[in-house]
Design a protein around this ligand. Structure first.
Ligand SMILES: Cc1ncc(C[n+]2csc(CCOP(=O)(O)OP(=O)(O)O)c2C)c(N)n1
Length: 665
């Protein structure tokens, strides 16, 4: 086992001078940039700095060993990845200072960005989700039969997150060519390893996942480079994940403001002697590869490059503040063309329409991959994908381990690498396991660095099936409040199929809600062939003049039932069909006509979508209103299992009373 006491030992082997000199330049550059950044930080010219001093050999070793067209997913201490990939320094500095010449137009900080040009996918602050994204990129390589490796970084602290476990597990089960690079620097922020995990070394964890683990001296750039070269060559030919543990030490604080008081001073002395830059420099001097003159020249050259980069950045203006532009950046532009089918139609249940839509999407988009628990031979718990393996094969119809977060990350990775993904939640309730990936990765990446997430998340949702608190929830409001997502929630089979096919055309992330109670209870004529329906267009299911009902999903069927029972109520019944985008035009024009509105949803009342719609109606239709805006929804409790309790929880009975009150108002 490599420890602080293990001396840094280089072996020349058969490396050419050119290779060694390139490695030297590559490792010196991030060090000199960091030294400059620390000065700028003190001058208040940059706001924050996450230092990788002492750990440069890892970033540089990995990036130098990789081919330029292979993806690397670095963390916050991996400046060496960005510089070794030869990103112009002014672009990096503009990124660090929030200027438009960077990669996020000032929308995200420091290393939180990706760039397809340099095949780098940067982190989000949550650390662990990055690992699942690497799985998806590697899966796309594998499916496209491209012999490429992927490298993803994690600190030792980050490995305590569930995402680490899930991502290694998925990579192991699917033989994905990913190198999981663990930078074991002994601390997670201030917490020492013995308060973070019990294992002695990370390569022991690899055993648990059934994958290989390799340990290297993370302060020795040659050792890291050699190890990564060998592993990458190997896994390109025989795809599989490998855990690479790099033993190292962080010579500065987690970020500059946090200091290093919590680390015993002796450790800095011991590790200072193992400095990855000076030791390598000395070795190359001893080998006669470097001379004092060459060192000096290289330093001068890099420093000049840094100064030139800074001049460009400092001369640059701050990004213009334009609200429209910011809002526009949320989604990848997509020009929807409605496809109408004039072909044969047949009676289909809601569930058949979904299954049909999925099948046609798979036929149309050769790059679409379906992922979900038990969706392959078993056909999914609702049998929606029954028979799919026979037609599309197991590569594209994939059973997943119980790893919602890693699989959603995999979906994002597939999209980054040019594919499309569908992730089926076995039940919508389980999406809570993958919240970070959805609300922080899928939803935000286009705004942050222009990377769309072509992922459809299918959500079998809702109550009325006596399935209790964890198989019945309505959770669309969690996503409704998250900019960057689209949400479809059809109520009828024909809408379900058309909207689902649109979801797969749209390159943006779509949460697609399917009510379980509708699966087998609603049937109608549905075109057999391919067609699409627009997002953001509600449907007027019934037309009337007394009042407006705004609802979606099962609510539409409840409203129809009540209107049948009360023929004296003449109502506009609006089925929203998609919640994001929301068709406010249809809502407002109906309310302006009727002067009364009630919003009905199955989700619990507080914080539900009804509150937002009520506010919009009040703001925009106030002068037209003849009654208070009303809402009816489920009780503010979990969904109870017992049928009577569940019926009481759901809004139907209260809705009946309220609509009569509104009618008579
Ligand atoms: C999910 C999550 N929890 C907490 C944090 C706050 N945080 C940022 S870095 C960090 C420690 C990370 O330790 P490690 O992975 O070992 O990386 P190192 O800082 O040592 O390089 C913590 C707790 C976070 N970013 N994300």
């Amino acid at each position: 086992m490599i420890t602080a006491e293990t001396p840094v030992r280089y072996e020349r082997k058969k490396h050419k001078d050119e290779t060694l000199l390139t490695l030297y330049r590559n490792i010196l550059k991030p060090r000199l940039i960091e030294e400059k950044m620390l000065i700028l930080l003190r001058q208040g010219r940059i706001a924050k700095w996450f230092s990788g001093i002492g750990q440069e050999a890892i970033s540089v070793g990995v990036a130098s060993a990789f081919e330029a067209d292979e993806y690397i997913l670095p963390m916050h201490r991996n400046l060496g990845v960005f510089t070794t990939r030869k990103i112009p320094l002014n672009r990096l500095f503009s990124q660090f200072t929030g200027k438009p010449g960077g990669f996020t137009n000032g929308r995200d900080r420091s290393f939180h960005f990706g760039t397809q040009e340099y095949k780098i996918v940067g982190m989000i602050s949550h650390l662990g989700p990055q690992l699942g994204v690497a799985d998806g990129i590697a899966l796309a390589n594998k499916l496209k039969k491209e012999k490429k490796a992927v490298a993803v970084f994690s600190g030792d602290g980050g490995t305590s997150e569930g995402d680490f476990h899930e991502s290694l597990n998925v990579a192991a089960v699917w033989d994905l060519p990913v190198i999981f690079v663990i930078e074991n620097n002994g601390y997670g922020l201030s917490t020492p390893s013995n308060e973070q995990f019990r294992c002695k070394q990370f390569i022991d964890k690899a055993i648990g996942y059934g994958i290989e683990g390799v340990q290297v001296d993370g302060n020795n750039v040659l050792k890291v480079y050699e190890a990564v070269k060998k592993i990458a060559e190997d896994i390109r030919e025989k795809p599989r994940p490998v855990l690479l543990e790099c033993i190292t030490f962080r010579m500065r604080g987690h970020e500059e403001a946090s200091g290093t008081k919590y680390i015993p001073k002796e450790l800095f002395d011991v590790w200072g002697k193992k400095d990855p830059v000076t030791n390598f420099e000395n070795f190359l001097l001893e080998e006669g590869v470097l001379t004092e003159d060459l060192i000096e020249n290289t330093r001068v050259e890099i420093k000049k490059e840094i100064e030139t980069g800074l001049e460009i950045t400092f001369a640059e203006k701050m990004p213009e503040v334009d609200t429209e532009k910011e809002l526009h950046a949320m989604y990848k532009p997509f020009s929807f063309r409605e496809t109408v089918s004039y072909g044969p139609r047949s009676q289909k249940r809601f569930i058949d329409a979904i299954s049909d839509g999925l099948k046609l999407a798979m036929r149309k988009h050769n790059n679409l991959v379906l992922m979900g628990q038990d969706i392959a031979e078993y056909g999914g718990v609702f049998k929606i994908t029954e028979g799919f393996v026979e037609e599309f094969g197991k590569e594209r119809v994939r059973n997943t381990p119980l790893c919602e977060s890693a699989i959603l990350g995999t979906g994002f990775g597939l999209s980054i690498n040019g594919m499309k993904a569908m992730v089926e939640m076995q039940f919508a309730d389980f999406v809570s396991e993958g919240m970070t990936q959805i609300v922080n990765n899928l939803a935000k990446s286009h705004y942050r660095w222009g990377q769309h997430a072509d992922v459809v998340v299918r959500m079998p949702t809702g109550a009325a099936v006596a399935a209790g608190p964890f198989h019945s929830q309505s959770n669309e409001a969690w996503f409704f409040k998250t900019p960057g997502l689209k949400i479809a929630y059809p109520a009828f089979p024909a809408d379900a199929k058309g909207l689902l096919l649109t979801a797969f055309e749209d390159p943006n992330p779509v949460m697609f809600f399917e009510h379980k109670a509708l699966y087998r209870s609603v049937t109608e004529e549905v075109p057999d062939e391919y067609y699409t329906l627009p997002f953001g267009k509600a449907r007027l299911v019934k037309e009337g003049s007394d009042l407006t009902i705004v609802t979606y999903g099962l609510g539409v069927h409840w409203a129809l039932e009540i209107l049948q029972e009360h023929p004296e109520i003449s109502a506009d019944l609006i089925d929203l069909r998609t919640l994001a985008p929301l068709d406010t035009e249809t809502i407002f024009s109906s309310v302006k006509k009727t002067g009364k509105v009630i919003i009905l949803h199955e989700d619990t009342l507080t914080g539900g979508i009804g509150g937002e719609i009520a506010a919009l109606v009040t703001e925009n239709c106030f002068e037209f209103l003849d009654a208070p805006v009303m809402r009816e929804a489920s009780l503010n409790t979990p969904v109870p299992m017992n049928s009577d309790l569940e019926l009481n929880f759901l809004p139907l009975k209260r809705f009946k009373e309220k609509i009569c009150t509104l009618h008579q108002y």
